[in-house]
Design a protein around this ligand. Structure first.
Ligand code: CP
Length: 336
């Protein structure tokens, strides 16, 4: 049984198949691929796009979605093995995942890092535990990566450039300032999918502290070896933006300071000028701009960039609906 935990677990042919199916769903909104089927959407964190697009996507394919928020409207869940559950958690993932799998046909999970100890968070324990105990396919709705966003992003880029072949395009993933230390998930994912598509990828970040986890840098290097393109790291804004065809913005906390955000904050505050603005976009080769959303205007990107014709963030957000329908349909259709 195949889960959808990371795009890196899926072959390029399979990803192309999902994107082609998503494009078809974009033209044909309704279907019966999930008729009589259901999905549990388990949210440990807030969402606007993910929740709306999964609920609607299931409905439009004839299925039904149930949203659960452990600790709010569902029992708090324990993930430690062998623990004496005398704390706040009321039931163990070993029961939760197996019981849900008796009710529904798919399980989606959103579980951000706890932002205390990266060596723990990088294990992606919540998602991996669901996958371990569930007897139905599990979908990553954003944990330490965001594979559904990756597909939506790739589809939006293909639509913008009018081609499924993104090779030869210079892609800049730029760190931006944000008042809070944010998840690295979308940055890990952007790096993963852009290198998977064979693009010439530059990771632009203020200094070495803002490099992403070695696992995802390794995936990027592996993808270049397999698909062509290139991957480099830059701390120089001008040369990174020069000649770019696509600019993707995201903020994230520096991993060496993980859990000690008071110490990281003054470091991060020195790099407010990484904001995506018209002057930087003018250095590109008429680049397209995007962001996963939500985005703080005039902090990560200016109003002028967000409101420019180059911005495809809304198209990318719409594509979440179509790609997730393709993922759900593919997982449901797999032989049991
Ligand atoms: N991009 C994204 O996942 O949006 P939400 O956090 O609103 O779901």
């Amino acid at each position: 049984m195949k889960h959808f935990l990371n795009t890196q677990d899926w072959s390029r042919t399979e990803l192309d198949g999902l994107l082609a199916e998503a494009a078809r769903f974009k033209r044909r909104r309704l279907g019966d691929e999930l008729e009589g089927r259901s999905i549990a959407l388990v949210f440990f964190n807030s969402s606007m796009r993910t929740r709306t697009s999964f609920e609607l996507g299931a409905f439009q394919l004839g299925g039904h979605a149930i949203v659960l928020q452990p600790g709010k409207d569902a029992w708090p869940i324990e993930f430690e093995l062998g623990t004496v559950m005398e704390g706040d958690t009321e039931e163990h993932i070993a029961e939760v995942a197996r019981v849900l799998a008796r009710y529904v046909d798919l399980i989606g999970v959103r579980a951000f890092p706890k932002f205390v100890d990266w060596s723990v968070d990088r294990q992606d324990r919540v998602l991996q535990s669901f996958a371990r105990y569930s007897t139905v396919p599990v979908i990553n709705m954003e944990t330490i990566t965001h594979p559904c966003q990756e597909l939506a992003h790739a589809l939006a880029l293909r639509e913008h450039f009018g081609s499924d072949d993104l090779r030869g395009r210079k892609y800049v993933l730029t760190w931006t300032y944000h008042p809070k230390a944010l998840n690295t998930a979308v940055a890990n994912s952007a790096l993963t999918i852009a290198t998977r598509m064979g693009m010439d990828v530059t990771l632009l970040c203020p200094n070495e502290d803002y490099l992403l986890d070695e696992r995802y840098l390794g995936w990027a290097r592996d993808n270049v070896a397999e698909n062509g393109g290139s991957f480099s790291v830059s701390h120089d804004i001008d040369s990174a933006y020069a000649g770019a065809h696509a600019v993707y913005a995201k903020s994230w906390g520096a991993l060496p300071y993980f859990g000690d955000w008071e110490r990281e904050k003054p470091v991060r505050d020195r790099y407010r000028h990484f904001i995506v603005d018209e002057a930087k976009m003018a250095m590109t080769d008429n680049a397209v701009f995007s962001h996963c959303l939500p985005l703080r205007r005039n902090v990560k990107a200016t109003d002028a960039v967000m409101d420019s014709p180059a911005c495809i963030a809304i198209d990318e957000a719409e594509n979440r609906l179509h790609v997730q329908k393709a993922v759900m349909a593919a997982l449901i259709a797999q032989p049991s």
